[in-house]
Design a protein around this ligand. Sequence first.
Ligand code: DNO
Length: 358
Amino acid sequence: MKFGMRWFGAQDDPIPLQYIRQVPNVTHVVGALFDVPVGEVWPLEEIEALRDQIESAGLAFEVVESVNIHDDIKIGGPERDRAIENYIATIKNLATVGVKVICYNFMPVFDWVRTDLHKELSDGSHTMAYEDALVQGTAQETMDRMNANNTGGHKLPGWEPERLAHLQQLLEAYAPLGSDGLAENFRYFIQAIMPACERYDVKMAMHPDDPPKSLFGLPRIAKDADDLRRIESFHDSPYNGFTLCTGSLGENPANDVPALIREFAGRDKIPFAQIRNIKFTSEVDFHESAHLSSEGSLDMYEIMRAFHDAGFDGYARSDHGRDIWGEQGRPGYGLYDRALGTTYLSGLWEAITKSSQV
Ligand code: DNO
């Protein structure tokens, strides 16, 4: 398991690369260009500059999160083929600098959704939480409720005001699709890009839906084992893989996360893992917790053992941390709790690896 840490770039991330370099067992940065409009080609010179910056801090740049998918690809709109051509050009440019895995998602309109970005826990730390009752009704109503909640001025991806200005239009464009229509547009996309991925040796790692359910009447197609099997069936190859996000899939208690890992990593379909814990506060509500099994509802030992038993040797990162020790970073992406998570997961991994050799 090759541990990395996500980084949002020198302009937007208050965490210096040098601090990431100091987290034990972290060898690479999961990075991206954040200023290229969705659907356009990522310029080679900008990717090279990012790679140089990361490498000069003593870290590798082999995983990108995310190259986002243009709405016309998901909807099957008029710009679809042009956006796919640009996606392929981006894959080629990323391969040129040594990127091996692209994490992306196929969620309509919104990426991950939480209803509170700054919930205070009993120990005084802050975390993100999801309360299902607050997501009932329209997206606009949810956004108003979220803004009334503690957002600390932060916005979730997909909830930026410029995007929400076109919200109604977007919702109407997605409305007739249903999950079969969205899956069909996914099939078109993945089959179009796979030859380039195979030629340039770049693995696609689809991030599951977070939370793994339909929201605001929008279809979602990566929620559980059956969904992932359908996605896999469109092009059965290690290049059409998943980001196994334990938290996202684990947010539905019916998803058996270790079993999902054994199945899909066992078939070499998990080039990238995001490992975090969540704590259910009811059957449908949860908040994000520290990584330890004792702090949340997921058994992290079983999760790490499943990766080990499946022979996983891909990229991984600890995921969303709480804000602790006075840090007030980007929700989920402060340094301290993610570093603690990495250390804990590395310890589990060492113990599992060594005890299995006895
Ligand atoms: C949240 C992240 C997601 C992820 C995208 C991948 O913290 O895991 O935003 O980057 O869904 O495209």
